[in-house]
Design a protein around this ligand. Sequence first.
Ligand SMILES: [Zn+2]
Ligand SMILES: [Zn+2]
Length: 328
Amino acid sequence: MKAMILERPGEALRAAELPDPRPGPGQLQVAVSACGVCRTDLHVVDGDLTEPKLPIVPGHEIVGRVSALGDGVENFDLGQRVGIPWLGHTCGHCRYCASGDENLCDEPGFTGYQIDGGYAEKTVADAAYCFPLPGDQSDAELAPLLCAGLIGYRSLVMAGESSKKLGIYGFGAAAHIVAQVATYQGREIYAFTSPGDTTAQQFARDMGAVWAGDSSAASPVELDAAIIFAPVGPLVPAALRAVRKGGIVVCGGIHMSDIPAFPYGILWGERVLRSVANLTRQDAIDFLELAPKVPVKTEIQEFPLAEANQALTALRSGNLSGAAVLIP
Ligand SMILES: [Zn+2]
Ligand SMILES: [Zn+2]
């Protein structure tokens, strides 16, 4: 099979011809039809995340069809459309797994990081971490739901059910999905982008934002909560300044530049600052049930698998509206 592999962080991906991966007990072999390009892939490729298996096939927003079943797999059929997310394995016995917080597992395995992912024609995954994807949306349109959608949804839940005026900092793949879900739930979205990025601001308004403007400007209203998707530390004090007393600031990314020192006064008033790490399988079940009701429509830009490096470059430079999706 054809695959794009990372041999050393900091280098470009290399096109490779690999043997088809074979499903072990409890695993599915999946013929990949679309794989989204997530900012986390950039952090893996650039070496910001320091524990990759090498070489690794990146990619954890995978949509495909079951092409072979490992021993003992009962819940899936050959040919069935499935999605494979970032969470690829948990230990099942650490204190976090035992308490339902499997996203914090002490010995996790992540797709496209420690487990070969979807920048390939085929992949294998533990069936227990795969999700059926019924419905008639195209494979490419569904791919961004598998991480941008899931992490965005978990971030939205962490922002609090009663948070009506919601700020979003960084308006890319995750934000454009969250904005649709939040608007469906009756919330108001205030979108903050890089100063002068009028394209992203217009995109935010198209996705339902009631206001969009520069992150360097003060918020036009007092926010109940804010979600930061851009990996930019200085946005943390900016968001804390924008939320009301008791307001919540959620950092949705896996990596962020350093947060500058800030006065205690902007955290005072029982404001809450928290991160969101990974996802649980329950998040996936909840979100994949909700998404068709909204219905979430994703804005995508397709690239052939062989152009994975170009897709990563486009994401890095901010030259994408919505999500890049690789098509093998
Ligand atoms: Zn665990
Ligand atoms: Zn991701």
